[in-house]
Design a protein around this ligand. Structure first.
Ligand code: ATP
Ligand code: ZN
Ligand code: MG
Length: 294
C-alpha cells in the first residue's frame, strides 16, 4: 500500500493551512458529527448540504466584504479568447503571470456555513422559528497558520431564524448546553465574550459594539500543547440578516442566531486530550459522541 504518512493526523499539503484528513482523523470528525446530532435531537432541524462556494452577490449583500475583505477568497476564471490564451499559455511553463487576465466571477469561496441559509429563505415570512443545520467546507485567507488555524476547514452549524426573543433564548440555552458537552468530553472549556476580526478603519468601534451587545461568545479549549483556541462560537446577529434578506418573523425583520463548531479544531482538541486512537477513548467520552459509533 502507498505510504500516506501518519494515518491518524492531518497530512501536510505543502501550502499553509490546507491539510488532508486520513481515516483516523476523519473518524474523530464523524464522532463529532454524531455528538452534535445528539445535542440537536431536541429540536427538529432541517438539514441543508452546502457547497464550498457561494454567490458573490450574496456575500456582498451580507456585508462580508466590508467587514472581512482580507479573509475572502474570490473565484476567478479565464473568459478570454483561445487566441488570447495562446499568448498567455507559455507563461505557465515559464513561471510567469499566466493569470494576469483572470476575471472575477459570480462565486466566492464560502467563508462561514450559515450565510447560504439566510439567502435561501430570503423574502419569507416565518410563522415558526426556522431551524436548520448545515455543514460546509469554509475558506478564509488567514494571515497566520499556527496549529488549529487553517485556511480550508469544516464548519458545522445549528442555525435559527425567528423573533428576537426566540433567538436570544435559543442562543443562551445552546451556549450552556455546548459548554456542558465540552466538559463531558473532558475538555477544559472557557466561555468568553468575543468579537470578530473586522478589517481596517472603524475596527475598534465595531468590535466594542459587538462586545457590548454580547453578539458573540466563544468556547475556547486547548487544541494542542499550550494553544487555546475557539472550537465553537455562539452568535446572535440581531436583525442584520433579516433586514438584508427580507425575512420576517412576528411582524418584524427576523433575528438570527447560530452555533458554529470548527470540526478540525474540535478534533485536534479531542486528540490532544485523549490520544490519536479514538477507539481507545474513555467510555464516557465516546458516550458523549453519539455512543462512539462513527
Ligand atoms: P478565530 O477567533 O479563531 O479567528 P472566528 O472567531 O473567526 O475564529 P467563527 O467565525 O466564530 O470563528 O467560526 C466558527 C468556528 O469555526 C470557530 O469557533 C472555529 O472553531 C472555526 N474556525 C474559524 N476559523 C477557523 C480557521 N481559520 N481554522 C480552523 N477553524 C476555524
Ligand atoms: Zn453562523
Ligand atoms: Mg474569534
Amino acid at each position: 500500500m502507498v505510504n500516506l504518512g501518519d494515518t491518524d493526523l492531518p497530512l501536510d499539503t505543502g501550502v499553509p493551512g490546507v491539510f488532508l484528513s486520513p481515516p483516523g482523523f476523519e473518524r474523530v470528525v464523524d464522532l463529532l458529527r454524531a455528538g452534535v446530532a445528539a445535542l440537536a435531537a431536541d429540536e427538529p432541524f432541517q438539514r441543508l448540504i452546502i457547497p464550498p462556494v457561494i454567490s458573490r452577490a450574496t456575500i456582498e449583500r451580507a456585508g462580508y466584504v466590508q467587514a472581512f475583505p482580507n479573509l475572502l477568497g474570490t473565484v476567478h476564471g479565464y473568459g478570454g479568447t483561445p487566441s488570447g490564451w495562446s499568448r498567455l499559455k507559455p507563461l505557465v511553463e515559464q513561471g510567469g503571470e499566466w493569470y494576469a487576465q483572470q476575471q472575477i466571477g459570480d462565486l466566492v469561496l464560502l467563508p462561514a456555513a450559515c450565510y447560504p441559509v439566510y439567502a435561501t429563505i430570503a423574502g419569507q415570512t416565518l410563522d415558526d422559528a426556522a431551524k436548520v443545520t448545515v455543514e460546509a467546507s469554509c475558506f478564509r485567507q488567514e494571515a497566520t497558520s499556527e496549529p488549529g488555524r487553517l485556511r480550508s476547514f469544516r464548519m458545522l452549524e445549528l442555525v435559527t431564524v425567528a423573533t428576537e426573543e426566540h433567538c436570544l433564548k435559543w442562543r443562551a440555552a445552546r451556549l450552556e448546553q455546548v459548554e456542558g458537552w465540552f466538559t463531558d468530553l473532558g475538555l477544559d472549556v472557557s466561555v468568553e465574550i468575543a468579537d470578530d476580526p473586522f478589517f481596517g478603519a472603524g475596527r475598534k468601534v465595531y468590535q466594542a459594539a459587538q462586545r457590548m451587545q454580547e453578539l458573540k461568545w466563544e468556547l475556547r479549549v486547548p487544541v494542542t500543547d499550550g494553544t487555546v483556541q475557539a472550537v465553537a462560537s455562539a452568535n446572535y446577529h440581531k436583525e442584520h440578516f433579516g433586514d438584508i434578506f427580507g425575512i420576517t418573523a412576528g411582524g418584524e425583520p427576523a433575528h438570527t442566531s447560530c452555533v458554529a463548531f470548527g470540526l478540525e479544531r474540535l478534533a485536534f482538541a479531542l486528540i490532544a486530550r485523549h490520544g490519536k486512537d479514538s477507539t481507545q477513548w474513555p467510555a464516557e467520552v465516546l458516550a458523549a459522541l453519539g455512543g462512539g459509533h462513527a
